[in-house]
Write a protein that binds this ligand. Structure first.
Ligand code: XIL
Length: 297
């Protein structure tokens, strides 16, 4: 195959990109998107601050632009993200306790209902675990509503869109470490108690290469009975091309690693300003990292 999406499809996988609604008028950007990618994530447009700017008032204008760009061009969509401690609207940042819990679960229900039947998967909860050695939850306004907030969110998402795969997504969970083991223990607990969870996203914001135990970490999640996706891949550093190949090979080596998404299209689109961590240069030309991924798929 001659494209990322086409090559990934040879093994039943997808290759996706995060995109921004505001760039859909850029023909270079849209040409690469339509040619190369088979999955789309909205970089910001489906987050809480974008979709519910005022409590109970929902705005899907830009989320729908991203969704329709994908669906009208034969691509699937990963919804991102229903609940997260960042990019909350100001009104939610000011709530706590049972009021915040109700607002959060209502948010999950409303947004998942709006997109019911249209998204392949949701990042239901994003980045809820702490960095460092604790292996525990991150402190946040959501966590302070009670440790069961994550399972309540997954149950609400399942009820609202029974056809969507429901994922937990995080960063610095790429290798086997205290944080990823905390997530692993939560997923194992959810599976044992019948809390609905279908997938784990490893963001994989990397420098040079993935951890040496990356494939083993993907495999241990898969062995719990969930799919794994690489959800926000970007790699800074001089070993970038080799790093992209290593990530791709690790995913392909695990049957339940079902797809890879890069967090942007051109280096100039990246949130990691100045790090040039993506597969296309600022002019839209394929980089060595692109060829490295295509050859590994
Ligand atoms: C980033 C976007 O790329 C930026 O445009 C925005 O300003 C901040 O958020 N982890 C995530 C993504 O789950 O939603 C973040 O996206 C990057 C880190």
């Amino acid at each position: 195959a001659t494209t990322l999406g086409g090559a990934a499809a040879q093994t039943g996988r997808y290759f996706g990109a995060a995109i921004a609604a505001g760039k859909l008028g850029d023909s270079t950007y849209v040409n690469i998107l339509n040619r190369e990618f088979s999955m789309v994530t909205a970089e910001n447009e489906m987050k809480w601050d974008a979709t519910e700017p005022n409590r109970g008032q929902f705005n899907y204008t830009n989320g729908d632009r991203v969704l329709n760009q994908a669906l009208n061009n034969g691509k699937r969509v990963r919804g991102h993200a229903l609940l997260w401690h960042q990019q909350q609207p100001g009104w939610a940042q000011g709530l706590s306790g049972s009021t915040l819990r109700s607002a959060a679960i209502n948010h999950v229900t409303q947004v998942a209902t709006h997109y019911r039947g249209k998204v392949y998967a949701w990042d239901v909860v994003n980045e809820a675990f702490a960095d460092g050695s604790s292996g525990g939850r991150r402190d946040s306004n959501l966590q302070r509503t009670g440790n069961d907030w994550i399972e309540a969110a997954f149950r609400a998402a399942r009820a609202a869109d029974p056809g969507a795969k429901l994922c937990y997504n995080d960063y610095n969970t790429d290798g086997i470490n205290a944080k990823s083991t905390g997530v692993y223990n939560m997923v194992r607990d959810f599976k044992s108690r019948g809390v609905p969870i279908d997938c784990v996203g490893l963001q994989s914001h990397l420098t040079n290469s993935p951890p040496g135990d990356y494939q083993a970490n993907i495999q241990r999640f898969a062995d719990l009975g969930v799919d794994v996706q690489i959800t926000e891949l970007d790699i800074a550093g001089s070993n970038q091309a080799n790093g992209f190949a290593a990530v791709t090979k690790a995913c392909l080596a695990v049957a339940r690693c079902t797809g890879i998404t890069v967090w942007g299209i051109r280096d100039s689109d990246s949130w990691r300003t100045g790090e040039n961590p993506l597969l296309f240069d600022g002019s839209g030309n394929k980089k060595a990292a692109y060829t490295s991924v295509l050859n590994a798929l």
